[in-house]
Design a protein around this ligand. Structure first.
Ligand code: ADP
Ligand code: MG
Length: 703
């Protein structure tokens, strides 16, 4: 494989320690990795700012200024005042003071480059890069790449400059051996630049035009492979997967429908039609149902299950936790009252006798519907003829577990062992256009309408200075008979989860809401055993506790209509979609509901923007859309949090929408001509796809 597979360790200036750091912090191991690790931003070194124009919105600035004076606070810092024709500014050095003093001679002019920060109402730059101004043109190119970095990398000596040098050596060693990944005809057809040119210029652009060409080539390639891989799966599936034909609707569906205490929203009706068409089609349904929290997905699940029952098959509904399974079961009982369907509940805590009865009912088909947790997946649970599996809040289910479910499908005359239809429900709001792409191998239904009568949740953001007022408000709400959620973020220290935060929070709340005065406070977090957690959770669900203090374990699906207040502590630490999910836990009952975001005094600009957005809108799709826009591709933390099942290296699903649809159309064209990518001219495409880089990870892949 030549140099590409060589460990980064052997680049000059790296060694085992820094190699380990690069692996841990950025996941970079080989020269190949390094070459495909792109800058997320570029600094235009040709532009120089005036000191008077410096403000905090500028990420990096470059100033050409004369040194006026140097003042040293011994053993502490060196302060250098510089001046251009618009004003004066301070440069601060804590390290390398001796060297700096010999270099920055008063009266001489330098280029200072760095990130301005505000200090006592004025701007300074700490540890700027210093250059001697060069007259005439620069041969190096004026755009310098900025690579994603972390605090640990910087303290480990891997600065931006070092990173540039490493990439440059890697390119020098390897560039000639990097072969094209796109067939010639595509490169020509679309006027793309060659891969080697693109890689060189994405790191070290010779000018902004070259950078544009490089970006376009690399982004298009990434999106094209993504689309090809999705479209191929879809193609294979539609050819192969025979499904159980379910031509009827059945009397139980109608009975349930007519007994509903409300009428379905237009969106619910549309989605049920889509599901029905799938189940009738003779192909296996693989549908993702997206709907904001509270949009009424449960009803859709019930009616879909009744279609299966109406065709003589069984249906199961899986929930990620015991509490949710029980909640679903209770709801089912209500909805099924008007029907003759027998519904069972199976969880980890079902007793032996109960299990035996359930198993009998599943065997002889007298149980038409079963709600449960992972317990449903155990080998010993067998169905007479499972025709539909509904999975609620799918991201807690792994691929293996899903495979188990499929193997529980019935034996059908003429088809053999057949996988049940699958409906996956999620409240993770992903912009609609994006979902179409992400779930290109699935069919997507969206409930984009809320049931009528839902009251908006009033959202405010406060600092801890308002705590007393907040407690008073909480007491008033409790006096009105309402319940309250108080959520703390989970904090990770050395990969271990720290719960001292929520435990401390619990202490505080119990002090403000003491048992002697009749207040009952429950606590739930991930370090408890599932029994303890379920017990405490149930206490709140059943109304025995006034306040539930918890980590984000309550994020998914719990319905406590009587809860009217959601307090989110350290709200600045949460991502937008998480905040949205949490807020969705209230506003489900008849009462006016509130969400109180408690933020730290020192909250960064980005976090403030998120909190503002939360106060401004309740629309999950708007929030998701904004969320995507706010996150930069170089935001390492962001990509981990985004919850999207793929990691793109350079393209952004949110921002490169046009290129994305181009890639999709082009991918369709390629596959139309050569569905299995067998022709000589597509050999390169097939080879790249086999590497599996573009496969969707885990959760969206449900077949
Ligand atoms: P989610 O999509 O979050 O799972 P649920 O299915 O739990 O939402 O529904 C939220 C609440 O809205 C439930 O109390 C349910 O009874 C109610 N609901 C569902 N559909 C309708 C409707 N069409 N009209 C009025 N209320 C509805
Ligand atoms: Mg739900």
């Amino acid at each position: 494989m030549g140099e590409l597979g060589t460990s980064i360790q052997f680049l000059s200036g790296v060694g085992p320690k820094r190699a380990e750091l690069l692996r841990k912090e950025l996941g970079l191991e080989t020269l190949d990795d390094l070459i495909h690790f792109y800058p997320f931003r570029y600094i235009d070194r040709s532009s120089v700012q005036r000191i008077a124009d410096v403000d905090s919105t500028l990420a990096f600035i470059q100033i050409k200024a004369k040194v006026i004076s140097l003042t040293e606070v011994p053993q502490k810092r060196l302060s250098v005042i510089v001046e251009d024709d618009s004003g004066r500014m301070e440069m601060v050095f804590f390290k390398g003071i001796k060297w700096t003093k010999t270099k920055l001679i008063p009266g001489a002019t330098f280029i200072f480059f760095g990130k301005p920060q505000e200090f006592n109402g004025r701007f300074n730059i700490v540890h700027p890069e210093i250059d001697v101004p060069q007259e005439g043109t620069m041969t190096q190119g004026v755009l310098t790449g900025v690579y994603p970095s972390t605090e640990k990398l910087k303290t480990g000596g891997i600065t931006g400059k070092v990173m540039c040098r490493l990439v440059s050596s890697a390119l020098n060693l390897c560039l000639p051996e990097i072969g094209e990944t796109l067939p010639d005809y595509i490169v020509k057809d679309l006027g793309l630049c060659p891969l080697q040119y693109a890689l060189k210029n994405i790191h070290f652009p010779s000018d902004s035009y070259a950078l544009q060409k490089a970006e376009r080539r690399l982004k298009f390639e990434e999106l094209l492979f993504l689309q090809l891989s999705l479209l191929k799966q879809k193609y294979i599936r539609s050819r192969n997967e025979k499904g159980i034909p379910m031509p009827h609707v059945g009397k139980d569906f109608h009975a349930c429908y007519e007994a509903l205490p409300y009428s379905l929203t237009g969106a619910q009706q549309r989605v049920i039609k889509e599901i029905r068409a799938d189940m009738m089609s003779g192909h296996q349904m693989n549908r993702l149902l997206q709907g904001d929290v509270g949009s009424g997905k449960t009803m859709v699940a019930v009616l879909s299950a009744l279609i299966a029952v109406g065709n003589g098959f069984q249906a199961c509904i899986m929930a990620p936790t015991e509490v949710l399974a029980r909640q679903h079961y209770a709801n089912m009982q209500k909805y099924l009252a008007a029907t003759s369907v027998r519904c069972a509940l199976l969880t980890g805590s079902s007793g032996t006798k109960e299990r035996r009865e359930i198993q009998e009912g599943l065997n002889d088909g007298s149980i038409g519907m079963i709600v449960g947790t992972h317990a449903l997946l155990e080998d010993k649970v067998q169905f007479k003829n499972l025709g539909l599996a509904v999975i609620d809040e799918q991201h807690r289910f792994g691929v293996d577990q899903r495979a188990k479910l499929w193997s529980k499908g019935p034996f059908i005359q003429g088809l053999g062992q057949t996988a049940p239809h699958v409906l996956v429900m999620t409240a993770t709001p992903i912009p609609r256009t994006l979902a179409m792409t992400l779930y290109g191998d699935l069919d997507v239904s969206v409930i984009d309408e809320m049931p009528p009568g839902r009251k908006p949740v009033k959202t405010i953001c406060i600092t801890p200075s308002k705590r007393a007022a907040m407690y008073k408000f909480m007491r008033d709400e409790i006096a009105k008979g309402r319940q309250i959620f108080v959520v703390y973020p989970m904090i990770f220290i050395n990969e271990k989860m720290d719960i001292s935060n929520v435990e401390q929070g619990y202490e505080d709340i119990v002090q403000a809401f003491p048992l002697e005065k009749g207040y009952k406070v429950a606590i739930v977090h991930g370090q408890q055993t599932s029994e303890v957690r379920d017990y405490n959770m149930s206490a709140f669900v059943a109304g025995r506790a006034h306040i539930l203090v918890s980590t984000t374990v309550i994020e998914v699906g719990v319905d406590v209509p009587n809860a009217s207040v959601m307090v989110i502590q350290s709200a600045e630490r949460f991502g937008l979609s998480q905040l949205h999910q949490l807020r969705g836990r209230v506003g489900r009952g008849a009462e006016k509901s509130y969400c109180i975001l408690v933020r730290d005094y020192k909250t960064g600009k980005d976090a403030l923007q998120r909190l503002d957005l939360m106060c401004a809108t309740e629309n999950g799709f708007d929030i998701a859309e904004e969320d995507m826009k706010m996150r930069g591709p170089g935001d390492l933390e962001g990509t981990q949090q985004s919850g999207l099942p793929i990691n793109l290296n350079i393209a952004s699903l949110a921002r490169d929408g046009i290129l994305l649809s181009e890639a999709r159309a082009y991918g369709e064209k390629i596959l139309k001509a050569d569905p299995t990518l067998e022709t000589e001219e597509n050999a390169l495409l097939a080879r790249e796809l086999r590497k599996g880089k573009y496969n969707i990870k885990d959760y969206s892949k449900i077949s």
